[in-house]
Design a protein around this ligand. Structure first.
Ligand SMILES: CC(C)(COP(=O)(O)OP(=O)(O)OC[C@H]1O[C@@H](n2cnc3c(N)ncnc32)[C@H](O)[C@@H]1OP(=O)(O)O)[C@@H](O)C(=O)NCCC(=O)NCCS
Length: 198
């Protein structure tokens, strides 16, 4: 489990499936995501279950600290080992839990997981231009706008513009490196210079 300031992200448990099923069939939330299509329970369970077995994706349940109920989910998909890239998606399931900082917190945890555990370099997403709350949450988590696909999707009776956003891995710290000022003379003598190496 990964722990943030407001939420933690971790594995699914069977008690989560009911909420996941309702959110998958939430027509209002789908207006910010994709063309609505009904999803059956077996498909929802398969999605949550198979994420641990499929190297191209990882799915996390989002929970508030100290509570067992799921409040949303984070989906990292299209993980590509060659390009070291992936796409990310998120849903906070209930309106009462939106706008409270949970999304930003979960996204920050998800991004950190992408850098530290998946060794990715770029994480991208798409978001509808008419979804300012999501855009703000993504910006706060470190995503920057890359472009706009005009009238790209047809959603609930209208074409919508889609923004491309991405975040990149921060520069890495050198592991095990001893700062020069703190290096002892003995350590200097023991160090193997490039010309001495086999
Ligand atoms: C998009 C989503 C994941 C964001 O998570 P969240 O927990 O609601 O977002 P946060 O509270 O962390 O951040 C939202 C930011 O937008 C601001 N905001 C809230 N309502 C807003 C509105 N109507 N217009 C503009 N900004 C708004 C908040 O103040 C906050 O910014 P701040 O940190 O500067 O105060 C969540 O709202 C969600 O799942 N929505 C429904 C589906 C959806 O939109 N999916 C996106 C698909 S790309």
């Amino acid at each position: 489990m990964l722990i943030g300031a407001k939420v933690n992200i971790g594995p699914f448990v069977p008690d989560d499936y009911g909420a996941m099923y309702c959110w998958a069939n939430d027509v209002a939330a789908a207006r910010f995501d994709a063309t609505f299509r009904p999803v059956n329970l077996a498909e929802v369970v398969r999605q949550c279950d198979s994420a641990g077995k499929d190297a191209s994706r990882v799915m996390f349940a989002i929970r508030k600290h100290g509570a067992s109920a799921i409040i949303g989910y984070l989906h990292i998909q299209n993980i590509n080992a060659v390009h070291r890239s992936a796409d990310i998606g998120i849903r906070i399931g209930e309106e009462k839990n939106r706008g409270a900082g949970y999304g930003q917190d979960a996204l920050a945890l998800g991004l950190d997981y992408c850098w530290r555990h998946l060794n990715l370099n770029r994480v991208g997403l798409i978001v509808f231009r008419n979804n300012p709350r999501a855009i703000k949450a993504y910006q706060a988590a470190g995503f920057r706008r890359e472009g706009c696909l005009k009238k790209f999707f047809f959603i609930d009776g209208a074409f919508v513009d889609v923004l491309l956003m991405a975040a990149f891995a921060p520069a890495r710290r050198k592991r095990g490196g001893v700062p020069a000022a703190k290096t002892s003379p003995a350590a200097d003598q023991m160090a193997v210079r490039p010309s001495q190496a086999a």
